[in-house]
Design a protein around this ligand. Sequence first.
Ligand code: BGC
Ligand code: CA
Length: 295
Amino acid sequence: MKAMKAKLEYKVDAQLGEGPIWNHVTGELFWVDIDGKLLNIYNPDTKVNRSLNVPSRIGTVVPSGEKEAIIALEDGMYKINTETGLISLFSLLEAGISENRFNEGKCDPAGRLWVGSMKLKNEGVPANLYMVDHDGKTSIKIDGVSISNGIIWSSDHKIMYYVDSPTRKVRAFDFDISTGNIANERVVVELSEADGFPDGIAIDEEGMLWIALWGGCAVARFNSESGKMIAKIEVPAKNVTACAFGGENLDTLFITSASVEMSQEECAKFPDAGSVFSIKPGVKGVRSNFFGKII
Ligand code: BGC
Ligand code: CA
């Protein structure tokens, strides 16, 4: 199996770096620090990272216009002007549920946002995976989730892949792009305890899955049909949270990480934890979907 090493792309001490998504219109990587309550916009050409403060924990971000994105805050979805940082409510989803927060969300090929919540503690209300339509109307697509996480669609739009981290499984569903219906649930990847927990996921142009390994110091490439690990990228951080293909040619894999939930020893071993890492893994990704009409 091919083993590779990610390099430090941008040194920063994010608490819970997450949700990277490449904005191919602006040539920037959008990513969040959930616990740091920051939306980050990183330009790999200039190596400048711009941070916008948001009022509560930010679960994810998806571009929705030239200077606009949708962000998940603790009670719902908001629009944010990516220049001024001004936010306005778009859709309330979990108002009044203080036991949960949002965690990861991406758009399907029709530009609807699929966003999930997670329990902050083990007890409390179950979390859900929601679908948010262009007009802000929402529906619960999967209920009884623990830690809703990575979600991605195949290039032919027929399969949706989804992670509920504590299950250590990536599940696949048949996807109907016209209605957003999902059916025929099956397990496509199951991680061993030694791999850690599956976190964010990306897909490449060969249809293979890239899975960030929380607790596993790596991102691994899995065959989406056989479920076998076919490549591993070591990352100098314990808790690797998500990855996204980006760069002009979509040939760079950007990787986010967390600096939380590490022992003192681990903190000393991984001084760059919380930073953004990158690698050119030798295969290209596919464009990410934006919210709403395709721009
Ligand atoms: C969440 C963490 C969680 C982890 C588990 C991440 O996406 O942000 O809070 O502990 O997934 O896999
Ligand atoms: Ca995640």
